[in-house]
Every structure is written in structure tokens, then in C-alpha cells.
Design a protein around this ligand. Structure first.
Ligand code: NDP
Length: 273
């Protein structure tokens, strides 16, 4: 049995083990994938112990993605752009390699699964944490007309936007005309507290698209806001979660699992959502 795991804190509610179990059944792979709550100070030691004991691959979630990036001996360009790692493995020489599949999973869900085009769109990215950092560069790769980063703590939005001086990116507070954005991406964790981020009421363009990286109940407040404003599409991050998992599975095993059936079966993985 090849061993994989998710390290984070908290991880109790994560559907990732069920997703990877489904991928394993689908591809005939003999593997285990377990979630492991890791104490704040224990990440590095547990990571080393996991790989020394023969672990094949690790997913990393809050609050360890930055630490995982710092610990990786080799990282991919997309991990370096995000400065965060959610997927780790050891290469043939034993070096710890880190990648970030969040951005690829998000873009695949948005553009391939939901046929949303980015070229020429006016995009608002809410949040300046790890998830916002992971999706920003992939969004820019889609050549939007402009991309604005806004965050509760404005200085963090300005700092993140400032990392892309050659792109058409703005950062900070929102002082925009009505209908200013065709696509609003919520990469905040506000929904975990039962609220949507505070936004001007008229900011979404007619038939605009809203996407919340959170999934299940945590996405409900922002998606309700989006529907109230007439969004043509109001999407949560379930599809992104499945797609980023598929990308990790591919990196580890060289086989790309089929995702559509899992995304359609969300009720089985997120009961009641
Ligand atoms: P971080 O803790 O790194 O960042 C949280 C962000 O949310 C910060 O910008 C913070 O603002 C903002 N925020 C928190 N509370 C509020 C609030 N009440 N009102 C407005 N803004 C708020 O978290 P991540 O970036 O890692 O995760 C963000 C979300 O993305 C989570 O809900 C997570 O579940 C989801 N996610 C989904 C994935 C998927 O595969 N679907 C993958 C990765 C993440 P400030 O700077 O002011 O503190």
C-alpha cells in the first residue's frame, strides 16, 4: 500500500481522504490517504517522519502551506509564484519537492468545467491570504482586462498586488463605479464565520460570475449575495477541491483521474450542501 496524507489544522471536516479513495478505486491504485491534525510547532518534524517512514506524498492545508514552501528543497514555478505549497513528494534522489495545485484546480473548474472565459474580463479578487496568493497568477495568465485585489486589511491587498508591477493589477480599497466587475472571486475565509465579505451592493456587472473558493456551508453567504445581485453563475469551491486533488494525484502517480463524476456526486461528500 502506498501511503499519502493530508497535514493541517483543523482537518477533521476535510473530504480529501474520500476524494483520493475514489480516485484510487477509479484507477485501480493500492493506496491509503489519511488526514492528520498537526500541532502548530510540529509540522517539520512530522513531515520528515512521514517521508522517512516511506510516505509517498503529502497534501498540506491551513496553516502550513507557507512552511511547506520553506521546507521544500525544490519547488515548481507555480509554487514559487504562490510562495505556498500544498503538494509534496520526494524525488528519486530523495529531495523534498513542493508544488501548488490550488491555482490549476481553480482555473480548471472555472474555465473547463463551467466555461467561464477570463480574457478581457474585469476581475475582483477578494482576500490576500494563501488562497488568494495561489489563484492570482493563474487568473492573470487568462489575460483579464484588469484584476483588482481587495481585502479586509487593505495593506495586505496592496502588498500582494504590488508583487505584480507589470500586470494590470490594482490593490486596496474598493471605490469603483456600478457594474465594475464581470467576475468576483471570494478567496476570503469570511464564510466560515457565517458572513460574506462586505462589498458595495452594485459592484457586479449584469450577468456577472461569482466564485467562492470555500465550499459547502462556508460558501453560502457569498453565493446568496451573488444570487441577490443577479449573478449568471454563483459557484462554490467544491469543483476546485476535486480538481486540485486530481492534480496532486497526477503529480504523485502519473495518472490523471476523471473528476466530473465526483464533482457531480457532491452530496455524497458534502452531505446537506
Ligand atoms: P488565510 O487565513 O490565508 O486568509 C484568509 C483571508 O480571508 C484573508 O485575506 C483575511 O483578511 C480574509 N478574512 C478572514 N475573515 C474575514 C472576514 N470576516 N471578512 C473579510 N475578510 C476576511 O486563508 P486561505 O487564503 O488559505 O483560505 C481562504 C478560503 O479559501 C478558505 O475558506 C478556504 O477553505 C478556501 N480554500 C479552498 C480551496 C479549495 O480547494 N476549494 C483551497 C484553498 C483554500 P485579513 O488579511 O484582513 O485577515
Amino acid at each position: 500500500m502506498d501511503r499519502y496524507a493530508l497535514f493541517g489544522n483543523p482537518v477533521a471536516g476535510s473530504p480529501s481522504p474520500a476524494i483520493h479513495a475514489a480516485f484510487a478505486r477509479q484507477t485501480g491504485a493500492a493506496l491509503t490517504y489519511q488526514k492528520q491534525a498537526v500541532p502548530t510547532e510540529g509540522f517539520g518534524a512530522m513531515l520528515t517522519a512521514f517521508f522517512d517512514a516511506g510516505g509517498k506524498g503529502l497534501n498540506v492545508t491551513l496553516p502550513f502551506k507557507r512552511e511547506a514552501f520553506d521546507l521544500a528543497e525544490r519547488s515548481t514555478p507555480r509554487a514559487r509564484r504562490a510562495r505556498a505549497v500544498n503538494t509534496l513528494w520526494r524525488d528519486a534522489a530523495g529531495a523534498l519537492v513542493g508544488d501548488n495545485t490550488d491555482g490549476a484546480g481553480f482555473i480548471r473548474d472555472l474555465t473547463a468545467n463551467h466555461s467561464v472565459t477570463l480574457a478581457g474580463r474585469r476581475v475582483l479578487l477578494l482576500g490576500a491570504g494563501g488562497a488568494a496568493r495561489g489563484v492570482l497568477a493563474p487568473l492573470l495568465d487568462g489575460r483579464p482586462a484588469c484584476l483588482h485585489v481587495a481585502n479586509r486589511t487593505g495593506a495586505r491587498a496592496r502588498a500582494l498586488a504590488g508583487e505584480y508591477p507589470h500586470a494590470n493589477v490594482g490593490g486596496g480599497d474598493l471605490d469603483t463605479p456600478p457594474g465594475a466587475f464581470d467576475l468576483i472571486v471570494n478567496a476570503t475565509s469570511a464564510g466560515h464565520g457565517g458572513a460574506a465579505p462586505r462589498l458595495p451592493a452594485d459592484i457586479l456587472a449584469p450577468a456577472g460570475v461569482c466564485y467562492d473558493l470555500s465550499y459547502g456551508a462556508a460558501a453560502a453567504p457569498f453565493l446568496a449575495w451573488a444570487r441577490d445581485r443577479g449573478a449568471a453563475l454563483a459557484l462554490d469551491g467544491w469543483g476546485m477541491l476535486v480538481e486540485q486533488a486530481a492534480e496532486s494525484f497526477y503529480l504523485w502517480r502519473g495518472v490523471r483521474p476523471e473528476t466530473a463524476s465526483l464533482i457531480a456526486a457532491r452530496q455524497r461528500f458534502l452531505p446537506g450542501c
